[in-house]
Ligand binder design. Structure first.
Ligand SMILES: Nc1ncnc2c1ncn2[C@@H]1O[C@H](COP(=O)(O)OP(=O)(O)OP(=O)(O)O)[C@@H](O)[C@H]1O
Ligand SMILES: [Mg+2]
Length: 354
């Protein structure tokens, strides 16, 4: 696969503040890559560095094989789509769509024809005469994307483009953005702090923390084999439960000292007897249907009708997920079991997966 964007050993300092630390990332042509991580981890900084809106302190940035480090933003041939749509309020949709072309000197009729084509791609044909204030949030977001599409850029850079929309529209628009990406054969880099958005939209997810890439891979690779406790806790919803324990005497099971009755759970791999570990148990894996391994009292029940969430009365408290309306009530005891392959283990000191 041809790399479209290549980022190698990129560092960014804002004065004394170290915002990007040794970033290595290759974005193949045609791929959809999500950058995800908590607020302040450097997602926007990385995206803006690709766009040229920030300079990088060291390292290399290439787009379509060409070194971009000192290249001004307008020559990088990438298009950014922001959360605040940044539409020109005094121009109608047509004016907003054609502005960049007119600016580049494209003839009016040609620009108009291109705008019509883009408008029909994204369902704005009937709105070309409207002004931004006469559009809904979703429609404005579409105009913002149309404005990026019309430039036929080498890559689309999205910075939390859906975070101003209500929940239902977000879910709808994320499908639209992904479908549009596929139709255009585009290369997209998409920043979000919403891991569900990242997991459902992207081919490749990059998890960042404190200016560093913690792990990158396909959505299910991150879910199945998180490299460390941070990624394990960040990917998956509700979040993974973490329980202190240690390797038991047989070397093939883990004893969860922190839970009632200190249950011993078989593993599908070896662990050194006596070794302290943190076990990671996903909420959706604890009703495995196998023979009961341990029981915990339920404190809080939350049901959406299709899924029930239980919070246990233990220390640490566990989150459990059951499909359906939920059979358990507060005060009941939940009979739990987990498949050996679903138990994650982490080093208590380093947080690295064992
Ligand atoms: N111009 C600047 N000068 C100094 N520090 C900055 C500057 N811009 C960003 N930072 C810092 O760099 C870090 C990363 O910021 P960035 O905007 O990339 O975070 P983010 O991951 O996009 O967060 P969010 O999810 O809140 O948008 C933050 O700690 C921020 O305070
Ligand atoms: Mg940001």
């Amino acid at each position: 696969m041809t790399p479209q964007i290549e980022i190698s050993h990129v560092e960014k300092h804002y004065g004394a503040f170290h915002a990007l630390k040794d970033i290595d990332l290759t974005i193949p042509k045609g791929s959809f890559v999500a950058l995800v991580g908590p607020s302040g981890c450097g997602k926007s900084t990385l995206l803006r560095s690709i766009a040229g809106l920030e300079s990088i302190t060291s390292g290399d940035l290439r787009i379509a094989g060409e070194r971009m480090n000192e290249m001004p933003p307008r020559k990088r041939d990438v298009a950014m789509v922001f959360q605040s749509y940044a539409l020109y309020p005094h121009m109608n949709v047509l004016g907003n769509l054609t502005y960049s072309l007119r600016f580049k000197g494209v003839a009016k009729a040609d620009a108009r024809e291109k705008a019509n084509r883009v408008a029909s791609t994204i369902g704005l044909e009937k709105l070309l005469d409207r002004y931004p204030r006469e559009l809904s949030g979703g429609q404005r977001q579409r105009v913002a994307m149309g404005r990026a599409i019309i430039r036929e850029p080498k890559a689309f850079l999205f910075d939390e483009p859906l975070s101003n929309l209500d929940a239902a529209l977000r879910v709808h628009m994320r499908m639209e953005v992904r479908a549009l990406h596929d139709r255009l054969g585009a290369t997209s880099v998409y920043v979000t702090h919403d891991q569900i958005e990242a997991m459902t939209m992207a081919d490749h997810v990059v998890v960042m923390r404190d200016g560093r890439i913690e792990q990158q891979g396909s959505p299910l690779t991150l879910y199945d084999t998180p490299a460390n406790r941070f990624v394990a806790g960040f990917i998956g919803s509700p979040a993974m439960n973490f329980v202190d324990g240690h390797g038991s005497e047989d070397g093939h099971s883990v004893r969860l000292d922190a839970l009632p009755g200190a249950p011993v759970l078989p593993l599908d791999r070896r662990v050194e007897p006596g070794r302290p570990v943190v076990a990671g148990l996903r909420p959706e894996h604890l009703f495995s249907g196998g023979e009961t391994q341990f029981s915990v009292p339920i404190r809080v029940v939350e049901s959406t009708g299709s899924i029930a969430y239980y919070t246990t009365d233990t220390d640490p408290e566990l989150m459990l997920v059951e499909q359906g309306r939920g059979k358990l009530r507060s005060g009941d005891s939940a009979a739990l079991s987990i498949a050996p392959g679903d138990i994650h283990l982490f080093d208590p000191m380093t947080g690295l997966a064992l």
